[in-house]
Design a protein around this ligand. Structure first.
Ligand code: ADP
Ligand code: MG
Ligand code: ZN
Length: 315
């Protein structure tokens, strides 16, 4: 029988958990809402309960567990240093109390890094040895697989591709620098582009779509798709910048493939066309052969990423 692991994915909205086998099948799953405002103690109790409940459904004892968290983690200490979008996740030691309860090894990983290993093992990155994964959502994250192993770096920070700088005069990023990919082409950054377009009054169509609301990346996309040239140019320019950032990384890492996930993929070729073009135009020699693939894990990427980490850690 295939071995099982416990996988958990802690986001700003949902706390998800699952039992996953070696083929990447989710055999049991429990989703709960993330407590909006709660003390670290209350969150920890909630998490321990979730692990108790999912393990109770296991037909055989799981070999290990791993959880993905959107933020800075210290894998050696098993703690979350900071997860801005998850209530109360700050300097929170998670693995030790879970290990004590479950009696199996428990690991923690940055969610985008986990997603990279998930794509590599179960998804669009299968068949590669060297893979770069980029998450294009509210923010921009990523993970790097080298020689079939997740590359974590000295302090577990590796793969933070959102903070590659592409314009030193660009907007201020959450990290303090200017012109990071995340501050230029993330979901939040596209919403800001939409705000600027509205402020100049150059897109009546976007204005009509947005009304009195605050605009989003999806609004910019909707206006562009309905034929608005200003909005389309914003998205194309964003794609171009994204390609410069990813192309720079390709020149450093020479992966066989880049896998992409996240809500911005809804922008389709309007974003991805210019992205691939500028990526390939700056590629150095053989780096131009890097393949771009869309994630195939969909809604389960977080859980399968954590599962991949749980299997890798005990291999
Ligand atoms: P998260 O980072 O929270 O996991 P997602 O990967 O779900 O986020 O991506 C959310 C982002 O994708 C938001 O910024 C949202 O505006 C954007 N988005 C969602 N749908 C579309 C769309 N149709 N066109 C463009 N952007 C979209
Ligand atoms: Mg990462
Ligand atoms: Zn930054």
């Amino acid at each position: 029988m295939s071995r099982l692991v416990v996988a958990a994915d802690f986001g700003g909205t949902n706390l998800r958990s699952a039992l996953v086998n070696e083929a990447g099948d989710v055999v049991e799953r429990i989703d709960r809402s993330t407590p909006a405002e709660a003390s670290p103690d209350a969150i920890l109790r909630e998490i321990l309960q979730l692990f108790r409940d999912i393990v109770a459904r296991a037909p055989a004892p799981p070999v290990s567990a791993a959880l993905g968290v959107p933020g800075l983690i210290d894998a050696d200490q098993g703690m979350v240093i900071l997860a801005p979008n998850v209530a109360g996740f700050r300097n929170l030691v998670l693995t030790a109390p879970i290990e004590e309860q479950l009696g199996i090894p428990v690991f923690i990983e940055n969610d985008a890094s986990a997603a990279a290993l998930g794509e590599f093992r179960f998804g669009a990155g299968r068949g590669t040895r060297h893979l770069l994964h980029a998450t294009l959502g509210t923010g921009i994250g990523g993970g790097i697989v080298i020689d079939g192993r997740l590359y974590r770096g000295a302090r577990g920070l590796a793969g933070e591709i959102g903070h590659v700088i592409i314009d030193p005069a660009g907007p201020r990023c959450n990290c303090g620098s200017r012109g990071c990919l995340e501050s230029m082409v993330s979901g939040v950054a596209f919403a800001e582009r939409a705000r600027r377009v509205l402020a100049t009054g150059s897109s009546p169509l976007l204005q009509e779509i947005v009304g009195a609301r605050d605009p989003s990346a999806a609004d910019l996309q909707a206006a562009a798709e309905a034929g608005d040239k200003t909005c389309e140019a914003e998205i194309r320019h964003g794609g171009h910048l994204l390609g410069l950032g990813l192309g720079s990384l390709v020149n450093v890492l020479n992966p066989e493939a880049i896998t992409l996930s996240g809500g911005l993929l809804n922008m389709g070729d309007m974003l991805l066309g210019p992205m691939k073009e500028s990526m390939h135009s700056i590629a150095y020699g053989p780096a131009s052969g890097t393949i771009v693939r869309i994630s195939s894990l969909g809604d389960e990427a977080g859980l399968l990423g954590a599962a991949a980490v749980a299997f890798e850690r005990v291999e």
